[in-house]
Ligand binder design. Structure first.
Ligand code: PCA
Length: 210
């Protein structure tokens, strides 16, 4: 059992203006359904504190501890009306207080990192599949400059350091009380994202074997 590949799922806790973060509930629910649907994988779940200092450290620890094949991160966006696949993380910090009331220490996430890191899941294929199944979805190249952008940037850095693994970020609407994107639908859509990302990973690795 110890050899099953791991999928890391993260959501966020509350932050100023968002006392209850739907991404936390989503990843807990998603892990339960994903464990049943994909028993050949292990699912590790973490709810990240929406904090400039703690979230990046936790991301590094989670990569070290779980060595996931796929790391899929979720967060809410007040402006999102669709499931939004983020394709890029920028080396910037929006000057906005976190859940602990702390401001970022600098305008950049790291002094020596690249300006942009690109998500490694196939966002166009995934959004097309989700839209075809009736889950409104879109692609975005602006993860926002707050903690979601920071987590994607740091997770991609961990992936670069380790080599072959997939990292993606999904913004979900803040309010999941109504169809077509209520909690049940978003959770089902998120399971599709995992399946498509993993299918592509196995297709790629069989190609490299040939
Ligand atoms: N959304 C914020 C951070 C935590 C979350 O759920 C963001 O979009 O950066």
């Amino acid at each position: 059992m110890g050899s099953r590949p791991t999928v890391l799922l993260t959501g966020f806790g509350p932050f100023p203006g968002v006392p209850t973060n739907a991404s936390g509930e989503l990843v807990r629910k998603l892990a339960r359904t994903a464990r049943r649907a994909l028993p050949e994988f292990r699912f590790a779940v973490a709810i990240l504190p929406t904090e400039w200092n703690r979230a990046p450290r936790l991301i590094a620890n989670l990569h070290e501890r779980h060595r996931p094949l796929l790391a899929l991160h979720f967060g809410v966006a007040g402006t999102a009306k669709t499931i939004r696949l983020e394709t890029e993380a920028a080396n910037i910090c929006r000057v906005a207080p976190d859940a602990a009331g702390t401001l970022p220490a600098s305008a950049q996430l790291t002094e020596d990192g690249p300006a942009v890191r690109r998500s490694s899941i196939a966002a166009p294929a995934i959004t097309a599949a989700l839209n075809a199944k009736g889950y409104p979805s879109s692609i975005s190249n602006d993860a926002g400059g707050y903690l979601c952008n920071a987590v994607l940037y740091h997770s991609l850095a961990a992936a670069e350091a380790r080599g072959d693994l997939l990292v993606g970020f999904v913004h979900i609407p803040q309010d999941l009380s109504e169809p077509p994107l209520d909690m049940t639908a978003v959770s089902a859509a998120a399971l599709e994202i995992i399946k498509i990302a993993l299918d592509m990973a196995s297709a790629e690795s069989s190609l490299t074997l040939v």
